[in-house]
Design a protein around this ligand. Structure first.
Ligand code: P6P
Length: 349
């Protein structure tokens, strides 16, 4: 079906609902509340330099990271709007150690939302794109308050996932399992308008995104792979171009559209990787797969990981499917290029 662009999000969601009668209207409400929260957060993000909202609250979050005021505002806005829909059993947020109950006195719903309210927030002061990442799951428990069990589900159980990227142009990108669709916020009418219907990521890109400052802490396998990407070999268009913003949503979104691979490997500094399964890796893995890409921890599909704690971290290799598969072959020691004597780490690939 040819999708008209400039369609408002609310009408697009209704259209999708008509096409997928099995999809209950319940998580449609959640998507609309996420869009409303995004508009409210966007209003402050774009004024961050003008209003006294940049800077730190003086607190630290569960990860020992200093909480930026906009982080807190984003968390509270999403909790208040989503927690009052009556559609949720429980939430989990990067900003809170434990599960986040729905608002007092609200009806218990059938869904769970795991979210990172403002990922990349350390970039706020430098006007670099930052983002909200969300994952919607069906509850597992039958009734009453949702529990940790409802949050700790593998990514393959997600019914919807996506992100908002705040910047020069604020975008909402999401999937409900029927492709990936991008909406651009038009502040003059306060609407997210369909701008990128049916996003497909190239099967192979020529961009790699990683923090090479961690090179010395990486395993030999990771070093061999990145060195290989940087080697000169016209047959596979190497060297790839390095692009790294240091804000997951910005790096992911660019690679989703242009192709390429994002890597945040395990290292001696971060033995389990840095990024979190529930509200970073799993939702972006759902989007990547729905766009024809792939997401792996080097051995397993990210969407198959059954997390045992809310803030569990994972190594993350995410993006164009051919690049992710080649990366896995290097990490598992079975890529043909490893037979070359030049494949030793630091050997120029
Ligand atoms: P590093 C931001 O702090 C974040 O959580 C992600 O948005 C980003 O991809 C990653 O960490 C950057 O980490 O260690 O390269 O600064």
């Amino acid at each position: 079906m040819e999708l008209k662009t400039a369609l408002p999000l609310s009408q697009f969601i209704l259209q999708q609902e008509d096409q997928h009668p099995e999809a209950s209207g319940e998580f449609t409400d959640l998507l609309m509340e996420i869009a409303l929260a995004a508009k409210m957060i966007n209003r402050l993000v774009v004024r961050a330099g003008l209003v006294d909202i940049i800077g730190e609250t003086g607190e630290e979050n569960v990860h020992g990271e200093r909480v930026q005021r906009l982080d807190r505002y984003a968390h509270e806005t999403l909790h208040r709007l989503l927690g009052s829909t009556g559609q949720l059993a429980v939430l989990a947020s990067e900003e809170d150690e434990g599960i986040v109950p729905v608002l007092q006195g609200r009806r218990q719903g059938n869904y769970v939302v795991n979210f990172d309210p403002l990922d990349g927030s350390s970039n706020i002061g430098a006007n670099v794109n930052i983002g909200t990442i969300f994952s919607i799951l069906p509850r597992i428990t039958r009734e009453g308050n949702g529990t940790m069990l409802d949050c700790l589900q593998p990514g393959q159980r997600q019914v919807a996932a996506g992100y908002v990227m705040y910047g020069s142009s604020t975008m909402l990108v999401y999937t409900t399992g029927s492709g990936v669709h991008g909406f651009t916020y038009e502040p003059s009418i306060g609407e997210f308008l369909l701008s990128e219907p049916n996003i497909r990521t190239p099967a192979r890109g020529h961009i790699y995104s990683t923090n090479e400052g961690n090179y010395t802490f990486w395993s030999d396998e990771v070093r061999r792979y990145v060195d290989w990407l940087k080697s000169e070999d016209a047959t596979n268009r190497h060297p790839y171009t390095g692009r790294y913003v240091g804000s997951l949503v910005a790096d992911f979104h660019r690679n989703l559209l242009y192709g390429g691979i994002f890597l945040y490997p395990a290292s001696r500094r971060t033995p389990n990787g840095k990024l979190r399964v529930l509200y970073e890796a799993a939702p972006l893995a759902f989007v990547a797969e729905q766009a024809g890409g792939a997401a792996s921890d080097g051995l397993r599909r990210i969407m198959d990981i059954a997390p045992t704690s809310l803030h569990e971290r994972t190594p993350l290799f995410l993006g164009s499917i051919k690049d992710v598969r080649e990366c896995e072959e290097f990490l598992q020691g079975r890529h043909p290029a490893l037979a070359s004597p030049r494949s030793e780490p630091g050997g120029g690939g």
